[in-house]
Design a protein around this ligand. Structure first.
Ligand code: GDP
Length: 424
């Protein structure tokens, strides 16, 4: 069976933890989109890890970790990540890389930096990992597929051709040093050596695995609200964050995705610019940020402080709907135990009218949160294993949100560890 683990919000919902947990019963974990721009934080018996490219199931001996064709593959970053986890005592994971995955090139990272510099105050708050230039090139059909590393003639010719166009922009728009095709070719030869042992025809591999009844997890990065089509465009990421894209980014039939586990955090956080209706500021935000996640809400890749807010029923209902949630995993609930009362955003007021439907960006910018305040439970709920053992106000919080979003919360996460989970 194929299951997807995806985010309902702006990312950082705790997908890594849920994937790591579900990977215990899985054979294969596939990353199907995104790149090394966002990270998953995982706490397990080997320690605490921030993964950027490796799937979150790579800590188990029995799983195969796959980089799907939809991923922006940064080969040196992938190899550094493998070295880092192995150095911390994790057995060498079984890794397969799609021959159709495209590679983040050193110039993608540079173009990302140069463009942010050029935009100055109007920048997108990119993590400067080269993701937007990478996907632009993929769709402009000047990207480099892993399979192309193995065709020297093609590679030589293409490197020259691509450098020509890149150098025009470098010279005239950014006024930066030009690319040297020979150096680039040499870099690609190194990438070839690094990646060769792992290259695989992933869609055939997965087709056979599905036929054999293997358990497969598709691991999403970021969340619905960062999807380029359905998110807060243009403050979005450059590849689809939706479970539906899992079929494309892994190369499997869409009808094989039977469960869509949509991870939804018990409060809101976001990185980068863009409308964030339930955002809070000042001391209130600082305290939630400090207590949030596991050791504070700071970016796994960049260390940037995350923007904080109350739970947003409008955004999360939309987020779950666009994912096609079959199950909601409601995470980081334990963090809210310090609050006397917990505000929840139940509607958006836009031009004097209240709506519960998530609008397009220009309207979203005008939205003001309609808040409802629920009583807190004022205790530590970590370690609790049964839903009935949660304090009454805590259960009421979960049930209120479940009703507002309209999708079943089947899992409640009450701590960062693998076993901190309550099934309903
Ligand atoms: P992802 O990108 O969706 O995987 O999310 P991140 O890894 O960026 O953020 C989730 C953070 O919350 C990580 O530091 C996790 O260890 C932590 N976390 C996940 N679930 C829980 C939970 O239920 N309680 C607490 N306290 N922390 C959690």
């Amino acid at each position: 069976m194929v299951k997807a683990v995806v985010g309902a919000n702006w990312g950082d919902e705790g997908k890594g933890k849920i994937t790591d947990m579900l990977a215990k019963e899985a054979d294969i974990i596939v990353r199907f989109q995104g790149g090394a721009n966002a990270g998953h934080t995982i706490v397990n018996n080997y320690g605490k890890f921030a993964l950027h490219t490796l799937p979150s199931g790579c800590f188990y001996g029995h799983t195969t970790s796959i980089i799907g064709n939809g991923v922006a593959l940064n080969i040196p970053v992938l190899f550094k990540e493998i070295q880092d986890i192995v150095a911390k005592g994790v057995p060498m994971p079984k890794i397969l890389v799609s021959d159709r995955a495209q590679m983040v090139m050193p110039y993608h990272v540079l173009f990302d930096q140069y463009e942010e510099e050029r935009l100055g105050g109007k920048s997108f708050g990119s993590t400067k990992s080269g993701i937007a230039p990478f996907y632009s090139d993929k769709y402009a059909k000047i990207g480099f597929q892993v399979s192309e590393l193995f065709d020297e003639e093609l590679l030589k010719e293409k490197v020259v051709r691509v450098c020509e166009t890149k150098n025009v922009t470098l010279e005239h728009l950014y006024h930066k040093p030009l690319l040297n095709p020979d150096e680039l070719l040499e870099t690609l030869h190194q990438y070839k050596e690094m990646v060769e042992p792992y290259v695989c025809d992933v869609s055939t591999y997965l087709w056979n695995a599905i036929k054999e009844g293997k358990e497969i997890l598709l691991e999403g990065q970021l969340g619905t609200l960062k999807d380029p089509d359905h998110g807060i465009y243009p403050m979005v990421t450059s590849s689809s964050t939706l479970a539906a894209y899992g079929a494309i980014g892994a190369g499997i039939p869409p009808y094989e995705i039977k469960k869509i586990i949509t991870v939804c955090k018990a409060y809101s956080s976001a990185v980068g610019a863009g409308a964030f209706v339930s955002e809070i500021f000042g001391d209130e935000a600082d305290e939630l940020r400090r207590r949030g996640g596991d050791g504070g809400e700071f970016g796994a890749t960049t260390g940037r402080p995350r923007r904080m807010g109350w739970f947003d029923c409008v955004a999360s209902k939309y987020g779950c709907r666009l994912q096609g949630a079959t199950d909601v995993a409601f995470t980081v609930l334990d963090v809210l135990g310090y609050l006397d009362e917990i505000p929840v955003c139940v509607g958006y007021e836009i031009d004097g009218e209240v709506t519960t439907e998530f609008p397009t960006t220009a309207k979203l910018e005008k939205a003001k949160p309609v808040l409802k305040t629920l009583p807190g439970w004022k205790c530590d709920i970590r370690g609790i294993k049964n839903y009935e053992d949660l304090p009454e106000n805590c259960r009421k919080y979960v049930e209120f949100i479940e009703e507002q979003i309209g999708f079943p919360i089947t899992m409640v996460s009450n701590g960062p560890g693998r076993d901190d989970i309550i099934y309903r």
